[in-house]
Design a protein around this ligand. Sequence first.
Ligand SMILES: [Zn+2]
Ligand SMILES: [Zn+2]
Length: 374
Amino acid sequence: MSDAFFEKLFGDSEPTHVGSGWISGVTSVFFGILGLGGVLCLHFPALLTLPDARAHYPVAIIRYLIQGTIVLALVLGAISALFRQRKVLALTGIALGLAAALLGGGSTPLPEEVKSSVGIGFDWFLLDLLVMTIVFVPVERFWPLHRGQKTFRPQWTTDAFYFVATHLPAQLITFVMLVPTTALFTWLAIPTLVHTVGTWPFIVQLPLAIVVADFAQYATHRAFHQIPFLWRFHSIHHSIETMDWIAGSRSHFIDILITRSLILIPMTLCGFSQNAMAGYLVFVSFHATFCHTDFGPRPVWMEPYFVTVRYHHWHHAADKEAVDVNFAIHWPFIDRLFGTYYLPTDAWPKRYGLADGSVPPGFFAQFIAPFTGK
Ligand SMILES: [Zn+2]
Ligand SMILES: [Zn+2]
């Protein structure tokens, strides 16, 4: 099964305008997934939820939230069924909502005690999906850069696939990275640094952590552009032709794994506190996603000092003058320092993506392509 299969199944080619039952259908499926996912988390918290997050949840609110998503899945599914000839979306949304309700809905009792030190982080994925959608869909609808661009534009299923494939195993990726990082830390950490930095207030540590992370990210990112073998993996991210929040998820697994590990190592060696590291992770997931959005307004005064949407859009430009520029993801001064800063006064890129069309379409083809070199 590929994303092209889903594209056909859900009828990407059929009318998607308001009144076609498309939007209600897609949102019904969206809420159905959230509702059923939430209920499953209540049933199997030890397996599905993050131990660190588990203790902090306001369970009563979460229960209402789950109940609400189930109701929305059913109501929107019914609306879509009324308006849309093809019922796949409506029936999928309703089936997900019904399954969630039959499994106990928001009132599913929690086990007396949850004892497990690992969990796959499905709870984090669902919250991530909900919050990102609530924040970024309105941002792009109300203040678009490209007026005609739709939320469901060509290849959106590919990028939605990437969102799931890269956000769902976040816990696994973190775990895989933590092993070498912890080992290195034991050997290389500088005790004086660790004892000093870790005691500074959060408000000082966080921006500093973002600077350290961005220097590491800059070096890794530039290597991914300049070493042909690594470019095979990173070119997947640059194959995006429509910039929006969901497109930001399009990155090869190897790209993510190497980049995140190489960012985490210097951060760990500097001895930032757990809170500062967690703060950085939340910040980077929002800032990196935001930089890809189709968001038109620009804070001109901020542009030279802090990475904005326009700054990162130029990194994705197909325009000749903007090849291999703007590698920093938070601080433009790093690009200035190394001579890769590019920001024309007012202009936006005319086109995005790769001129040579070297990346095949579709998630699975893109996963394999870098290994085969074709
Ligand atoms: Zn790049
Ligand atoms: Zn990007």
